[in-house]
Design a protein around this ligand. Structure first.
Ligand SMILES: *[C@@H]1O[C@H](CO)[C@@H](O)[C@H](O)[C@H]1NC(C)=O
Ligand SMILES: *[C@@H]1O[C@H](CO)[C@@H](O)[C@H](O)[C@H]1NC(C)=O
Ligand SMILES: *[C@@H]1O[C@H](CO)[C@@H](O)[C@H](O)[C@H]1NC(C)=O
Ligand SMILES: *[C@@H]1O[C@H](CO)[C@@H](O)[C@H](O)[C@H]1NC(C)=O
Length: 422
């Protein structure tokens, strides 16, 4: 358990719909897997496909986002409507592929004889497999939700003790992605059989076809988890500037674990929710991009305006996130000697197959221009001359630049550049 993260459950005031029993952040210490155990248990063979190699891009009917459809309202029509919006809004064209349902999709009890989880026939009258098949027909993938405990956070059946049955069921339905929550894990629970073996991870993550991309949520999973997995490094989702900056700060401590097949999950994308300014929405997206977090759009896609759509469809930022040759994220660097120290840091650099990128977040209330020295950017040679390309606009800035570079960044906005030696 990571107390600093739990303390950041700042948006718990937005009451989750239908959530019963303990909050996931309150999972008992004894139920928490130690990172040593998990790391030693990580699989050694790569999965048969590239599932999980790059951070996921998709949508999810989130629990806490205030403008969103509560998960208890999900049904076949809304799920398929989201899938169709992936296509009609051009999201599919830029790489978004996972259409995910969250808690509340099943009946409250398992089938008494087969012990399988049964879809709620009011919400999914044609079954989950039909929905998955229609989503596949659109060239997209479907995600579902379960829980590592006895019940989900909203009180529906959890997978504890039924992992093999659930893995087989999800596989049979053609499910591609599993959000695996951590509510209602018994206080005395410990995983006795490490991987490889017969525990939930190998069952749900590796022996299904198609291979499931697992998203274990909450905080009992380590940051360097390994293949297929994302790890919860977010707080409770919340559409505020302090939420975004707190998540950035949390994740800065765990950047070294990020690479292909290992992505820290910064939680739901809040663009479209709350009262974030458009600059804050750009920073939100840019930060999740920089740190290669899964990006799951947690809003009603139909309500996004053209400015918001342009942010989430920005091809150059998405190309950094989905880079196929470099899996590491951007990381903070010292902009110049005497640069002020801020929280979170303002200057980040990272590599992609295109070259060296610099991201600058304006976090402060100061009106100073943001300036960095090229020689301070890891990988750029001192004394060089550089071309600076704006990733947001897709345009090169005029002229060439030597020694240092300055730019005005709007309040809470993030500038994003590709820098190439001339
Ligand atoms: C889906 O939409 C159709 C057509 O409007 C309607 O008949 C049906 O009841 C809806 N299904 C659900 C589960 O809401
Ligand atoms: C945990 O507690 C439950 C309920 O008290 C009990 O049924 C179960 O056997 C216990 N499990 C272990 C592993 O001790
Ligand atoms: C979209 O909404 C944002 C606020 O979230 C606003 O700043 C922006 O101007 C809007 N864009 C359009 C085209 O209406
Ligand atoms: C940065 O944002 C602050 C508000 O947080 C604003 O006052 C300031 O003018 C901005 N700085 C620049 C250089 O745009």
């Amino acid at each position: 358990m990571i107390p600093s993260i739990i303390a950041l459950a700042i948006c718990a005031v937005i009451a989750p719909i239908n959530r019963v029993q303990s909050s996931p952040a309150a999972a008992p210490e004894s139920a928490v897997k130690s990172s040593a155990v998990i790391a030693a248990a990580a699989p050694t063979a790569l999965p048969s496909k590239s599932t999980g190699r790059l951070p996921a891009l998709g949508q999810a009917f989130s629990i806490l986002a205030e403008d969103n459809i509560p998960p208890s309202d999900i049904n076949e029509n809304k799920t398929l409507a989201a899938a169709n919006q992936f296509v009609s809004l051009g999201l599919k064209d830029v790489g978004y592929e996972y259409v995910n349902i969250d808690d509340c999709w099943s009946r409250l009890s398992r089938d008494t004889s087969t012990k399988r989880i049964i879809p709620d026939s009011t919400k999914f009258p044609n079954g989950i497999n039909t929905v998955a098949s229609k989503i596949h027909d659109l060239g997209l993938k479907m995600g579902i939700y379960s829980d590592a405990g006895t019940a989900t956070c909203a009180g529906y059946p959890g997978s504890l003790g039924f992992e093999a049955i659930d893995a087989a069921t999800f596989s049979e339905w053609g499910i591609d992605y599993l959000k695996y929550d951590n509510c209602n894990v018994p206080r005395n629970w410990t995983d006795v059989t490490p991987i490889p073996g017969n525990d939930w991870y190998s069952l749900l993550g590796r022996s299904t076809e198609p291979p499931l991309l697992l998203k274990p949520t909450q905080f009992s999973f380590p940051y360097a988890y390994g293949e297929l997995l994302t790890s919860g490094t977010g707080a409770h989702e919340c559409p505020t500037w302090s939420y975004i900056t707190s998540i950035i700060n949390i994740n800065i401590a765990h950047l070294s674990s990020i690479n292909f097949f290992a992505h820290n999950d910064m939680d739901m994308m809040e663009i479209g929710n709350g009262a974030l300014t458009i600059q804050e929405q750009r920073t939100h997206f840019a930060a999740w991009i920089m740190f290669k977090s899964p990006i799951l759009l947690g809003t009603d896609l139909g309500k996004l305006n053209s400015t918001q759509l342009a942010i989430i469809k920005n091809k150059e930022l998405l190309a950094f996130h989905q880079d196929d040759t470099i899996g590491t994220p951007a990381a903070p660097f010292t902009a110049r000697s005497g640069a002020p120290v801020t929280s979170p840091p303002e200057f980040y650099s990272g590599k992609s197959s295109k070259g060296t990128h610099v991201f600058i977040i304006n976090t402060s209330a100061s009106e100073s221009t943001k300036q960095f020295t090229f020689a301070n950017v890891p990988g750029l040679r001192a004394g060089g001359t550089f071309k600076v390309h704006d990733m947001w606009t897709g345009q090169d800035l005029s002229g060439t630049h030597t020694s240092s570079f300055s730019i005005n960044v709007a309040a809470h906005d993030t500038a994003a550049f590709l820098i190439t030696p001339v």
